[in-house]
Design a protein around this ligand. Structure first.
Ligand code: TYM
Length: 334
């Protein structure tokens, strides 16, 4: 990373809890790649967050390496950004405890993602699931990140991060930067293809609801052809047309065309033609990602060397900030 002092700092993360969806790509990772020339970027695989729901250990290890390869395949450049694995950088856990002692039970109880996830995993409402947003705050504050590129579902966690940072600064003296979200104007919430009132999610049991970034062309086209829309036939962005709005957004993001241009392009054409065009455009857009991912997975030594370098740099940067936080909180210096 060059000019670390001059550039603003970005941090973001993604859980290795399965194959990445088009939602993860459009809402977050696509922007990670775009931002790395103008900012000092840190991107991490949030494996510690992933174990808040039950994971098979061997599968988690495999998913973590694949997730790392996937972010690189999507354009994160480990030479230019600090790309690392969360559990390899112990400062995150260290700061997590300090911040947990400065976060209220009531604040965490209000997190909608906790409510959703605890309902979904009622047999395992563990303490980590509850305190998950504190670890996310530690991830961000350990680097004094200015900007956090995420999809809209992470907005509440980001607001909590700001509250925790502000409280810490008031109690112990100025240390933490209050981070802003970088939520893309378009595609911050890609919806499920089978139920467009719901977010597209990795954990959805219905495979047709999600397009995965590593799906092959035929699969992607088939999923878009089956996408649930309405009984109208006019390709126009309008209130109440969740399915079509979602497809227009996706098409617009992957082709770079404005919504108006998309509407003009499909004026007089039906939903069938449009769904096929969206499927083809997404498949073409993702083809190089899939190819690069397959190449990277053939060269695991390269991936290991990249994350080791990223881990070390991340540890160096965060150690400085976390040591200051420990000092301010009254721990005796080591
Ligand atoms: P995760 O792994 O659930 O999702 C990774 C990113 O993808 C975005 N996203 C979406 N965006 C648009 N449409 C969708 N359907 C969609 N689904 C997911 C998410 O908003 C996210 O940006 N807690 C985080 C990981 C994390 C993190 C962090 C993020 C851990 N520490 C620090 C930022 C900063 C999470 O579970 O993301």
């Amino acid at each position: 990373m060059e000019n670390t002092e001059k550039k603003k700092v970005i941090l973001s993360g993604i859980q290795p809890s399965g194959a990445f969806t088009l939602g993860n790509y459009v809402g977050a990772i696509k922007n990670w790649a775009k931002l790395q020339d103008d900012y000092s970027c840190l991107y991490m695989i949030a494996d510690m967050h992933a174990i808040t729901v039950r994971q098979d250990p061997a599968k988690l290890r495999r998913n973590t390496l694949e997730a790392y390869a996937a972010i690189v395949a999507c354009g994160v450049d480990p030479e230019n950004s600090v790309a690392f694995i969360q559990s390899h950088v112990p400062t995150h856990g260290m700061l997590n405890w300090l911040l947990a002692c400065n976060t209220q039970f009531g604040e965490l109880s209000r997190m909608t993602q906790f409510k959703d996830k605890s309902a979904k995993h009622a047999d395992d409402v563990n303490a980590g699931l509850f305190t998950y947003p504190v670890l996310m705050a530690a991830d961000i504050l350990a680097y004094n990140a200015d900007l956090v590129p995420v999809g809209v579902d992470q907005k509440q966690h980001l607001e909590l991060t700001r509250d925790i940072a502000q409280r810490f600064n008031q109690r112990y003296g100025e240390l933490f930067t209050l981070p802003d979200g970088y939520i893309p104007p378009q595609g911050a919430k890609i919806m499920s293809l089978s139920d467009p009132t719901k977010k597209m999610s990795k954990s959805d049991e219905n495979q047709n609801s999600c397009v995965y970034i590593l799906d092959d062309k035929d699969t992607i086209i088939r999923k878009f052809k089956r996408a649930v829309t309405d009984s109208d036939s006019c390709v126009k962005y309008a209130e109440g047309k969740d399915g079509i709005n979602n497809l227009i957004t996706i098409y617009s993001v992957v082709t770079g065309k404005s919504v108006e241009d998309v509407e003009r392009e499909f004026d007089g054409k039906g939903y069938g033609d449009f769904k096929l065009a969206v499927g083809e455009a997404v498949a073409d857009h993702l083809a190089p990602v899939r190819e690069k991912f397959n190449d990277l997975m053939k060269n695991k030594d390269y991936l290991v060397s990249c994350y080791k370098r990223g881990d070390e740099t991340a540890f160096k940067i965060s150690s400085r900030i976390v040591s200051k936080a420990y000092h301010k909180a009254g721990f005796v210096d080591r």
